[in-house]
Write a protein that binds this ligand. Sequence first.
Ligand code: AMP
Ligand code: MG
Length: 495
Amino acid sequence: MNQTINDSGDELFAFDNTYARELEGFYVPWKAAQVARPRMIKFNHQLAEELGLDADALDSDAGARIFAGNETPEGAVPLAQAYAGHQFGGFVPQLGDGRALLIGEVIDRYGRRRDIQLKGSGPTPFSRAGDGRAALGPVLREYLIGEAMHALGIPTTRALAAVVTGEPVYRERALPGAVLTRVAASHVRVGTFQFFAVRGEQAKVRQLADYVIDRHYPELKGQANPYLGLLERVCDKQAALVAGWMHVGFIHGVMNTDNMTISGETIDYGPCAFMDHYDPATVFSSIDTQGRYAYANQPRIAQWNLARLAETLLPLIDEDTNRAIARATEVVNAFSGRYESYWVKGMRAKLGLFIEEEADLNLATEFLTAMEGNGVDYTLAFRYLADAALGEHERIRSLFADPSAYDRWSGHWRARLSREAVAQSDRAPAMLRANPAFIPRNHRVEEALSAAVEEGDYAPFETLLKILARPFDDQPEFAAYAEPPPEGQSHYRTF
Ligand code: AMP
Ligand code: MG
């Protein structure tokens, strides 16, 4: 029998599960594994309130049972979603939720529909060789980085809860098991379309397209060609998203088509990491041996993934295949221009430029070129540029192994600034709002995770989470967290 966990008898979640209801055949109804001793590690009160949930009731042992999957709250319809995907360029026709369950959808305080998903909740029919579990370290990592991305203003799935299961999971060694509760605008991916397209299930592709139009892009309904419109909207969202990543030095690490959302949120914080010193070839993931998902490749890879989405939509775009290809190709090709305009727009803000000039793209690119090979910390260089706008160049110069590269560039930059009638007192604060002081530095993330996993000490995780919630504020008491890794710790690797 289901225990009710609140005395009032109210439902804890006002679930309204459209995916379960409208998309039969797109998932397998499934139950989470029971775990030994669920315990709440971290509950996101602010997000819970945004979702209209009773945060105090859920940040409890009863909440831990729910977010470990031991208890199914009233109204939940747990299910594993089907999807396919190109992984490192190779197509896998069946992936699917091998260790995750969508438990339901709620409407948040702003009227937005949000998925609530358990990740690490046990094997499903999609697990293949996997154990369906998640280890504590990666769960905390996803929690930290997702929340950091949110605070940086980048669209992302978010973490509602992290629980430990009281059971080990076996990787290279035994590690504490954990479950992450993930909140997303939806979990529909490019790979969800691919799953049905590759099976020739055209009606299902159409049904899915109609579903996502309804859910994410309702403005397309009633347009002459809503499916072409859908492709265009997803291209636009992804162009904005990847530009946002590039602005903060984020490297996703595993931009497979199953890890690209239709909503335009960042998803799956596995081997991701933030760049310290600027190097366009930066790769952190040890599985990305070819550097396919290196920092500078990300826009191109996004476009490649969008071409895969386009392929699935061709029959919907036009009955005439050649015409469909021509129209879809035009949209996918336009990605580069869209991306570039989002990128330049963000770079203008980072460089303190208020008006638009044609040559701004070059100015921004030349700043990066000046950094390259010079051991310059990407985040600090932009942060210190606000001082430089006030005539204080020493801090930023000191980041460059060869400061003359900065001096040459800053001459052009200052000439450009002088063409704007903007008070310096307005410019510097605006720049500080565009250039974070704090990113999840790899060595700090590792420090926090290892204290939690090895010693059960969550204090460093809590501290880091708190700092990263206000990335644009100086927080002098935490100045050390803005610093790059100490010498010798800069060759970071993720898995
Ligand atoms: P990811 O690399 O996390 O995007 O996952 C790619 C695919 O592998 C998805 O189908 C996942 O559900 C599946 N997967 C990843 N880890 C596991 C695991 N431990 N057990 C079962 N399936 C997994
Ligand atoms: Mg994934």
